[in-house]
Ligand binder design. Structure first.
Ligand code: BES
Ligand code: MN
Ligand code: ZN
Length: 501
């Protein structure tokens, strides 16, 4: 894991060394412990703020080197905005903007987790710590030279000075597991496709066994036996064989219906015989962002011992043009028995998901299935990169996803489904075709998937715009964003875990 910070908790009264981070509101007001720690340097802040037009706006930073009146190297003041207090999500941002300023000189950092009105609550300090880790993550495994002044390869040790060390550690422990899950997902998306192909992806998913997740890997022979002609039709054009990985975490009551998450894992998408253009084709190493999210999510849930039964299933293939590749015009038979006419071999994700969705619906009869897939370029045309497209056959599930999306900042926007769209994928030769014409491309893709959920409550997240290459945010500067891990972890935590008694 390319993790640039190590987080610890210390008492509020700890004397800072190295760099010190403190918080003030939009009246430049500091908390009592902060004023005490700063001593004469509180006045330095006033003068530096005036000189720099710093007003304490939420997420703004005043950076003072070698501050007068205190023996530290650097003093960072982070604005918390309006004096009526920041909201839950703001603490992630504060951590993010702080980590964004750390550099080679910031190896020892103390963050005084206090608001002007008093010490941060344990959950607030935990969110701050999560923001620090999320923003500090950097994928630099393949850089052999570090540029001058670049914040590469520094592992900052960050001490959060908090009122109650035990309570803060307790609040952070599960959040820390979630951040690990996000970073695992980002790593998988960032890895180059010569390194991360289906077998290697399956091997990495196998590391979840260390957390007592049951991991089953199905090879081509096993999938052939199950009749997964849709997934295998995509896989057959590659020298690297396909895999399906089924992960199970049983933290709930014995026999309780599981919840299920399904991911598109196209380790590289050339388009196949309907080959893509050269422009940005390298981005198609990230076409396994859905599968990466499912692995990261399983990690988060298992590591924090979530009280729920969960199934994670991913279809891993490489979509390549080859003498053995499938052709437009081919008709394949899916595991469900439904036949599919291939119109465009670049609409491969839905073929992979068709068999995995059907397998999970039939084998596990889950409470619901959520699939994640970098499925269509059209979803970026519709929604840009700030919302994932969400399609669902179940209003309750859809509303819950919208709600946890707003809470976590991993937003979803519901898109329509309906028989008028569905008939666009009827085929003259088979039960259906794998593309539906020029219009409503994300919707016809979702209609295709719906034909394989067997009536199970289901939501499909089209994450083509959010999983990779989206603009940088306060808490993410990585190409692979890890989108979906925090969203679905929250969905499970808020609605599907048996309450602790
Ligand atoms: N993986 C792509 C979708 C994609 C494109 C994801 C750009 C991220 C960035 C998917 O397999 C694909 O090629 N979809 C086609 C479908 C079309 C052939 C019906 C598309 O969107 O053009
Ligand atoms: Mn494609
Ligand atoms: Zn694809």
């Amino acid at each position: 894991m390319t993790d640039a910070v190590k987080i610890g908790f210390v008492p509020l009264s700890t004397a800072p060394k190295g760099s010190l981070v403190v918080f003030c509101d939009d009246g430049l007001k500091l908390g009592p412990a902060t004023r005490k720690a700063l001593g004469a340097a509180a006045d330095t802040i006033k003068r530096a703020a005036a000189a720099n037009q710093f007003k304490g706006k939420s997420g703004s930073v005043l950076d003072i080197l070698a501050p007068d009146g205190i023996k530290i190297q650097r003093l960072m003041v982070v604005g918390t905005g309006k004096s009526d207090g920041p909201k839950a999500a703001d603490f992630l941002k504060f951590g993010g903007v702080t980590a964004g300023r750390l550099n080679a000189a910031s190896t020892a950092v103390t963050v005084l987790a206090e608001l002007p009105d008093g010490a941060m609550k344990p959950e607030q300090a935990a969110a701050l710590a999560s923001g620090l880790r999320l923003r500090a993550y950097k994928f630099d495994r393949y850089k052999t030279k570090k540029k001058d002044g670049e914040d590469a390869a520094v592992r900052s040790e960050i001490s959060l000075a908090v009122e109650d060390v035990g309570a803060a550690r307790k609040a952070f422990a599960p959040e820390d597991n979630v951040v690990d899950g996000v970073i695992i997902a980002r790593e998988l998306v960032n890895e180059p496709p010569n390194v991360l192909y289906p077998e290697e992806f399956a091997r990495r998913a196998g590391q979840l066994k260390k957390l007592d997740v049951d991991v089953e890997v199905l090879d081509v022979k096993a999938m052939t036996k199950l009749g997964m002609g849709a997934l295998l039709g995509v896989a057959q054009g590659s020298a690297r064989p396909g895999r399906m990985v089924v992960m199970r975490w049983d933290g709930g009551k014995r026999g309780d219906q599981p919840v299920a998450f399904i991911g598109k894992g196209v380790c590289f998408d050339t388009g196949g015989i309907s080959i893509k253009g050269a422009a940005s084709m390298e981005d198609m190493k990230g076409d396994m962002g859905g599968a990466a999210c499912v692995v990261g999510l399983m990690h988060a849930l298992a590591a924090r011992k979530a009280k729920v039964n969960v199934v994670g299933a991913i279809g891993l293939v490489e979509n390549m043009p080859d003498g053995n590749a499938q052709r437009p015009g081919d008709i394949v038979t899916s595991m469900s028995g439904q036949t599919i006419e291939i119109i465009n071999t670049d609409a491969e994700g839905r073929l992979v998901l068709a068999d995995v969705l059907w397998y999970v619906a039939k084998k596990f009869k889950p409470k619901f299935m959520v699939d994640l897939a970098t499925l269509t370029g059209a979803i970026m045309v519709a929604l840009g990169t700030d919302h994932a497209g969400m399609f669902s056959n179940n209003d309750e599930l859809a509303e819950r996803l919208i709600k946890v999306g707003q809470e976590t900042g991993e937003k979803v926007w519901r898109m329509p489904l309906g028989p008028e769209y569905d008939k666009l994928i009827d085929s003259q030769f088979a039960d259906m075709k794998n593309t539906g014409g020029r219009h409503g491309g994300s919707i016809t893709a979702a209609q295709f998937l719906q034909r394989f959920v067997d009536g199970t409550p289901w939501a499909h997240l089209d994450i083509a715009g959010t999983a990779m290459g989206a603009p940088k945010t306060d808490i993410n500067h990585s190409w692979g964003s890890g989108y979906g891990v925090r969203l679905l972890e929250r969905l499970v935590a808020d609605y599907y875990e048996t309450r602790k008694s």
